[in-house]
Design a protein around this ligand. Structure first.
Ligand code: UT7
Length: 334
């Protein structure tokens, strides 16, 4: 017996503190104009250091998604938690989320895949529902980047881009041929780009995972070959969008909305141009939140839905590209 999987509920949560580009210009050599021109970002949310951790953002997003699905936490059969900024190195944040929701015994997968984490998670959830293993899966993407960013001028290329936040979806079982379900997914990885966007330390490859010298050299901060990542993103994202559509004998003209990962507004404008999609068929919110990595797709999808830009019956494609490199797309009818 095979089933389909549909999004039954969405939830989101962002920390209260708004950090503007002007705020960043107070602590590093940058400017509002540079950040807007290069990335489109105007502000982002950051947790107040030490007051909120990753799963604290995930809990309200998860509760909202579960309530919207008309369910109780006890109805959830499995948690999939996507993040690159877990509360602790181990255990993963999924077990803490299960504990906070009071669903002891429910399995928790923690997945990485950075900006593609939610898309990978959607594919996993769909497969686990299709084979009959679970009826309802809670998928969360949550990030607390801000404590891990170099907020001095040394880290400005990266630290101005990232924001904190969480998004969640409940995926529920439906008929295999139901019109409203995940229709197709495709995910990829190319480790050839692993060091082009990464956080090298702490590292279990070293005799000691982190030394004082590593800390002094700032090796605990993410680094990026920005232009290389940019070029790969604008190649891979259109490619995989076309591919998932073709797998269903659908074309770009059938698409109602593209929900792209929000790494850079310029990337998304170029992707839209390459796909010949008009602005009303692409939803962006990077201006307000920056790049929230695994949280981006659910934050953006939920916002588009709440604004009435997408609704039941619409054909939506979620597409992401990020560290790894990893990338992928999910095609669904809401
Ligand atoms: O989330 C995963 C996926 N991530 C992405 O897809 C990101 C892809 N890459 C990008 O979005 C862009 O490459 C960035 C936004 C990261 C950077 O934009 P860019 O146009 O590639 O700038 P750049 O790194 O080539 O830097 C241009 C100049 C440099 O100065 P010089 O060498 O020309 O004098 C930088 O030092 O801008 C300088 N710069 C800054 N200036 C002010 C770098 N960061 C900043 C900053 N403020 N924050």
């Amino acid at each position: 017996m095979s089933y389909g999987a549909r999004i039954a509920g969405l939830g989101s949560y962002v920390p209260e503190t708004v950090v503007t580009n002007h705020d960043l210009a107070q602590v590093m050599d940058t400017s509002h104009e540079w950040i807007v021109e290069r990335s489109g970002i105007e502000e982002r949310r950051w947790v107040k250091g030490g007051e909120q951790g990753n799963y604290d953002l995930a809990v309200p997003a998860a509760r909202e998604a579960i309530a919207e699905a008309g369910l109780e936490p006890e109805d959830i059969g499995c948690i999939i938690y996507a993040t690159l900024s877990p509360d602790h190195y181990f255990p993963g944040s999924g077990v803490f989320l299960g504990r906070e929701l009071g669903i002891i015994g429910v399995p928790a997968y923690d997945i990485r895949q950075q900006c593609s984490g939610f898309v990978y998670g959607l594919e996993m959830a769909q497969a686990l529902i299709a084979n009959g293993q679970y009826e309802h899966i809670l998928l969360v993407g949550s990030e607390t980047h801000s404590p891990g960013l170099d907020k001095s001028t040394r880290g400005r290329t990266i630290s101005v881009l990232f924001g904190d936040g969480a998004g969640a979806a409940v995926l529920s079982r439906t008929q295999a041929d139901a019109p409203n379900r995940i229709l197709a997914s495709e995910v990829h990885a190319d480790g050839g780009g692993a060091e082009d966007l990464w956080m090298p330390y702490p590292s279990f490859r070293q005799p000691e995972i982190m030394t004082h010298a590593d800390l002094d050299a700032g090796r605990q901060y993410p680094t990026m070959e920005g232009q290389k990542v940019f070029k790969n993103a604008v190649k891979r994202m259109p490619e995989v969008v076309r591919s998932v559509l073709e797998s269903q004998q659908l074309g770009l003209e059938d698409l109602d909305m593209l929900i792209p990962h929000q790494a850079n507004l310029r990337i998304n404008e170029m992707v839209a141009k390459l796909l010949r999609l008009p602005p009303e068929k692409v939803h962006n919110n990077i201006q307000k939140y920056g790049n929230t990595t695994a949280a981006t797709i659910p934050l953006c999808l939920k916002e588009a839905r709440d604004l009435g830009r997408v609704g039941p019956g619409d054909l939506v494609c979620c597409v992401a590209f990020g560290a790894g490199f990893t990338w992928g797309a999910v095609l669904l009818r809401l």
